[in-house]
Write a protein of this length. Structure first.
Length: 150
């Protein structure tokens, strides 16, 4: 059982690291000129407005959803399951969904920043990355969430 918990935590930490590595990769590519599209839409006011609105709405929907929705799913889906292994698999799946939901505003915000040089988009990406810190997996938290005795 302890080995399964360690593997689950390792998987969750790997998913968390992928989010940050994806964000850093896009930033490095944007700063080094790898995209070659930096500021291409900066002078188009309609595109900037539309993109900023979409990124802000994505952030406003995804960040609270990842933080609150996970607690609801844990209560309704994971806690009902009687098997610890099944609960562990559900926990890993929903935690991965949580990271993917956070990746949406982060990546769209960073890409929006580089395409439009919009500080609103990069602010939304920073909000998503900050929210991801609250999703850092640990063995202690997993045991607490799944009510596994030491």
């Amino acid at each position: 059982m302890e080995e399964n918990i360690r593997q689950a935590v390792a998987t969750l930490k790997r998913n968390f690291a992928y989010l940050w590595f994806a964000a850093l990769f896009i930033i490095i590519m944007g700063e080094s000129g790898g995209f070659n599209l930096t500021g291409i839409y900066a002078d188009n006011v309609r595109v900037v407005y539309f993109t900023e609105t979409i990124v802000i709405l994505l952030t406003a929907c995804c960040v609270p959803a990842t933080l609150k929705f996970f607690a609801w799913v844990k209560k309704k889906k994971i806690d009902i399951d009687v098997s610890t292994d099944a609960a562990l698999r559900q926990y890993v799946m929903w935690s991965s969904v949580r990271i993917v939901l956070l990746a949406i505003p982060v990546i769209s915000g960073i890409v929006g920043y580089y395409l439009m040089q919009s500080t609103s988009c990069i602010l939304c990406a920073c909000i998503g990355l900050t929210a991801s810190i609250f999703c850092v997996p640990s063995e202690k938290q997993l045991k607490k969430d799944l009510m596994i005795d030491e």
